[in-house]
Design a protein. Structure first.
Length: 274
């Protein structure tokens, strides 16, 4: 009789299936109060983006430009997906549960504040970033910039943790998590560069040029943000297959290389058109 968790080959040899190791913090993904709160918050941010997509369909207006419904749509979706992805992926990091929970709580609050500020300005019909026309607009713009800095710090802490200690998880997950965070830092750096250049142009009286200065870096910024979800999700899906660990690691390595190539291409485009 063949027991659960075993498999018999054509030669009659019995191999016992070895389960993938659990997340490093000892809790399965989705467990814990902070984890559940972050997932719920991420879903609400995604819902906000979808609602504003409907608003755009009804109200119309330009999709591009500093004032459009595109911002609450894309930022709601992007921040929601990123919050859920980071919450899940960090379960594989070898960090103390309390430290992870505290960092995730701040990260979730920052995501909400970023999306809220952008959404507020969209409903007011004014730019959300690089807008120094009034004291209130300046306060919102600077709050978004500071919030972006907080995001950089938090995600850098998680990225460093992923490289200090090998992440847990199924075959290929360590490479997927490390590559995802490394590429995510590229996305954050490109976002910081967009804000920095825009602020300089705004401060020197070139407001219109500031709004258009971010265009070359947007592809690099967009491509880089979601590697932290795509690559670990691939590793997790592969763990459900019958392929052995070596094959799964190779597939993740190829996918990581392809993603890195896409980021390099977007970076070259940014350098040429900047």
């Amino acid at each position: 009789m063949q027991n659960e968790g075993t498999a018999r080959t054509a030669t009659g040899t019995v191999h016992r299936a070895v389960p993938d190791p659990p997340p490093a913090n000892g809790l399965p993904p989705g467990r814990g109060t902070v984890t559940r709160a972050c997932h719920a918050t991420g879903l609400l941010l995604i819902l906000s983006g979808l609602v504003h997509l409907v608003v755009f369909a009804v109200d119309g207006g330009p999709w591009d430009g500093p004032v459009s419904w595109r911002k609450p749509v894309t930022f709601g979706l992007s921040f929601g997906i990123t919050l859920i992805a980071v919450t899940w992926v960090t379960s594989y990091l070898r960090v103390r549960p309390g430290q992870r929970a505290a960092l995730l709580a701040v990260f979730a609050a920052d995501c909400v504040l970023e999306v809220a500020g952008i959404t507020l300005q969209a409903w007011r019909g004014v730019p959300s970033h690089l807008d120094m026309e009034t004291s209130f607009d300046t306060a919102v713009s600077m709050s978004l910039a500071v919030g972006g800095g907080v995001l950089v710090v938090l995600l850098t802490v998680f990225a460093v943790a992923s490289f200090r200690h090998r992440p847990a998880g199924p075959a290929g997950m360590a490479l997927a998590v490390r590559t995802g965070f490394a590429v995510l830092l590229v996305g954050l750096a490109s976002g910081a560069a967009m804000i920095a250049r825009g602020v300089i142009l705004t401060r020197t009286g070139h407001q219109e040029a500031a709004y258009h200065s971010t265009a070359p870096l947007k592809p690099l910024h967009g491509v880089s943000l979601h590697a932290v979800l795509v690559l670990p999700a691939l590793a997790r899906l592969l763990s459900l297959s019958s392929w052995d660990a070596t094959v799964r690691r190779r597939i993740v390595a190829v996918a990581a290389g392809c993603y890195a190539a896409a980021v390099v291409a977007a970076g070259v485009w940014a350098a040429v058109t900047y």
